[in-house]
Design a protein around this ligand. Structure first.
Ligand code: ADP
Ligand code: MG
Length: 692
């Protein structure tokens, strides 16, 4: 209890460290986003500095989330020389609220012309500052000189503002004068732990985060003996260190268990406001990796590090909370609460249906393409799982028929109480990308390696748009309940195609989804161009989340990123095949040939069938691999020549990736034939069972 939040400038600390009026002003800014007065910032900065120094801080940093997917920090010391030749610690209000960071080395997608390399960081007072090591971390947003967002946090905050505005209109219609509505998020994080010494012998893992070769081990996840299994002592020691590091900086980690695949684990924090949850998830990923190293391990966050073994994702649990702490996706007990619940529920369903493409895009990456649709993660088709009971209620409302379990009465919105429906706990339906789990939605397509910001920006903005349309329809209606009933019925009718309660891994679903007109965007290059479709640009511009310029920049960055990643993978594969695998095959062939020759000489009637057959197959496979290596090389040359990034991305997907897969198949067969002492790197078995 002493440890939790000990290094956070949280409410408890603020109350003790700040004069009452300063505290009240800062609280107000945090709660309703009002502007912070400069005179308040002066007092806050001074108090924060003294507090941080007591905890051993010598430096401070504006901590931000550029479009690289990871966080960035530049440390400044508090130290300022004084006129008498000594030094003092200074931290001004401008140092707290504003920073300047050279933006030229961060991706900007052309937003930052080279003559204007400056980027600005601005304090996000809604996310607490904290001390890590010798540094005071100040969570900030990162913008260009002209105010365009260069990071993930700025659009996330903008989307929260849009959602708050539209949700408050709806709350008002229900006679509710809540001060704010904020999206809440709890992100469950999956990861692998591999022994560091063994990991480092796999250059594919080192350079690309995933294995590009590797024959299946004799034991994988077939026995289902890892999920929720007893945690190995070394992993338990790791989790303890991780918990402590995260608790100190106020990340409320709560749940830890083994996941499905060998060496795979999961961590889940308690949910909180979305921008804080996003900051926390970035810290979780970073500290997971640094703590692993302290324990002689590597934490692998790639979405699909091992072929044939489950990959890692992130479950983005999402709901809406009022300033009084009411969960708006909780059905409640009165007719009034039920009606409000149904409207918010349908706002989400409508949002997911209308912006399937954007949700898909928010989870698209080269790494996640290997995971989505691989029978371990939801398919690339977006659908919503509601469970049979809630579905039956919606059906009854739509068709004006009594709900079977609710007696004979028909449901009059705002008048009758929803029949209590059991939460679908028995069927957690792991196959659904977007599942309602009783009082929140769980978006399961996000990759383990990604910032959750993108997914939440889309969710918040799309739901804001549904709510805006609902409010436009309902405001000024003389008979609110009748208008509400009609709106709810219409929304169910128009958007129920997105609801699917069956098995998402089934091929039949792919066919059915096509019939329903749902999008199926299997890969990143398929999905990304949808970003600039008119309806999507309109959505983001209307809610002031992204300008068209900012969207163009983001598309550019993501396409570039996709191509660079695949290029690194291909080059790594090329080198490993040429330098390590082919030479191992040659050496083993030679050993076998010499053995056979010696055997023949010593004992002519000895059977040399093993040597002969193996040499024959090794030669065939080596020749085939050799050919594929040259083909891959020329492919990369062609890719280089492609003019625009989208054509290039498609070329990588359609020409380069299949070549890589073909190479892998050959190499994996070679691995199964070549003697252990000749094989150049640790096998899947070595990697996956490396931590005991
Ligand atoms: P599971 O059975 O999937 O583990 P839990 O109820 O334990 O479900 O929740 C998983 C995650 O969902 C946790 O991070 C939890 O904090 C989060 N969560 C719970 N309620 C909400 C909510 N209202 N909004 C957002 N996230 C939530
Ligand atoms: Mg879950």
């Amino acid at each position: 209890m002493d440890m939790y939040g000990a290094n956070v400038f949280n409410d408890y600390t603020m109350k003790r460290r700040l004069p009452p009026d300063t505290y009240t002003a800062l609280r107000k800014t945090m709660q309703d986003g009002s502007k912070l007065d400069n005179s308040v910032a002066v007092v806050v900065a001074e108090a924060m500095k003294d507090w941080a120094i007591e905890l051993g801080a010598t430096h401070y940093t504006h901590w931000f989330q550029p479009m690289t997917g990871i966080t960035a920090e530049k440390h400044e010391s508090f130290f300022t020389p004084t006129a008498d030749g000594r030094g003092s610690a200074k931290f001004s209000e401008t140092a707290l609220t504003q920073g300047e960071a050279d933006a030229s080395s961060f991706p900007s997608g052309g937003l930052r012309a080279t003559f204007e390399a400056r980027g600005y960081t601005a304090w996000d007072p809604t996310s607490y500052a904290f001390v890590r090591g010798n540094t005071l971390y100040i969570p900030t947003a990162f913008c260009s000189y002209s105010g365009e967002a260069l990071d993930e946090k700025t659009p996330l905050l903008r989307s929260m503002q849009a959602l708050n505005k539209e949700a408050l209109r709806i709350m008002k219609l229900f006679g509710n004068d809540t001060k704010s509505v904020k999206p809440t998020v709890g992100a469950e994080q999956e990861y692998f732990l591999i022994d560091k010494a063994i990991f480092e012998k796999r250059k594919d893992l080192v350079y690309t985060g995933r294995t590009l070769f590797g024959a299946k081990p004799p034991k994988g996840q077939e026995l289902d003996d890892q999920y929720f299994g007893a945690i190995k002592p070394r992993v338990r020691a790791y989790m303890k260190s991780l918990d402590e590091a995260l608790w100190k900086i106020g990340v409320p980690v709560k749940t830890e268990h083994n996941e499905t695949a060998p060496a795979q684990h999961e961590l889940a924090p308690m949910f909180t406001t979305t921008n804080i949850a996003t900051d926390h998830n970035q810290l979780i990923m970073e500290i997971m990796q640094s703590t692993a190293k302290e324990h002689g391990m590597i934490c692998v966050l790639h979405e699909k590090p091992f072929g044939g073994i489950n990959g890692s994702g992130k479950h983005n649990n999402w709901s809406l909370s009022t300033s009084e702490g009411t969960n708006l996706l909780d059905p409640g007990e009165t007719p009034h609460e039920n009606a409000q619940f149904l409207l918010f529920l349908l706002a989400v369903i409508k949002a997911v249906d209308e912006y399937q493409d954007l949700l898909r895009i928010s989870t698209a990456s080269a790494g996640n393409d290997h995971r989505l649709g691989a029978e371990e993660a939801p398919p690339a088709i977006i659908s919503v799982f509601l469970g049979d009971e809630l579905m039956a209620i919606l059906d009854a409302i739509e068709s004006d028929e009594p709900y079977a379990r609710g007696g004979d009465a028909m449901m009059k919105i705002g008048v009758t109480v929803l029949p209590s429906f059991p939460k679908d706990t028995s069927d957690r339906n792991r196959t659904s990308p977007f599942a309602f789990t009783g009082n929140k939605f769980e978006f399961r397509m996000v990759g383990a390696n990604m910032s959750i910001a993108k997914a939440n920006i889309v969710l918040n903005t799309a739901v804001a748009e549904s709510l805006r349309q609902f409010a436009d329809t309902l405001e000024d209606e003389p008979d609110f309940n009748a208008a509400l009933q009609a709106l709810i019925k219409r929304t169910i009718r128009e958007h129920k195609r997105i609801i699917f309660n069956g098995n998402g891994y089934d091929d039949a679903w792919t066919q059915e989804a096509k019939k329903r007109g749902l999008l199926n965007l299997p890969t990143t290059p398929d999905a990304l161009p949808y970003m600039l479709h008119d309806k999507n640009v309109e959505l983001f511009e209307r809610h002031k989340v992204f300008t068209k310029n900012e969207l163009c920049a983001r598309l550019e960055i993501r396409l570039e990123n996709y191509c660079s990643l695949l290029n690194i993978e291909a080059v790594t594969m090329y080198k490993l095949a040429k330098k390590d695998i082919l030479s191992a095959a040659a050496a083993f062939t030679r050993e076998l040939s010499e053995t056979a020759a010696a055997k023949q000489k010593f004992l002519p009637e000895a059977d040399c069938s093993y040597e002969r057959d193996t040499i024959l197959r090794l030669s065939e496979l080596s020749a085939e691999l050799h050919k594929k290596v040259s083909q891959l090389y020329s492919c990369l040359g062609f890719a280089e020549g492609k003019k625009d990034e989208l054509t290039k991305a498609h070329y990588f997907k359609d020409a380069v990736l299949p070549k890589m897969e073909a190479m892998r198949e050959i190499a994996d067969e070679l691995e199964s034939m070549i003697a252990r002492n000749h094989w150049p790197f640790p096998t899947y078995g070595d990697l996956l069972f490396s931590v005991r």
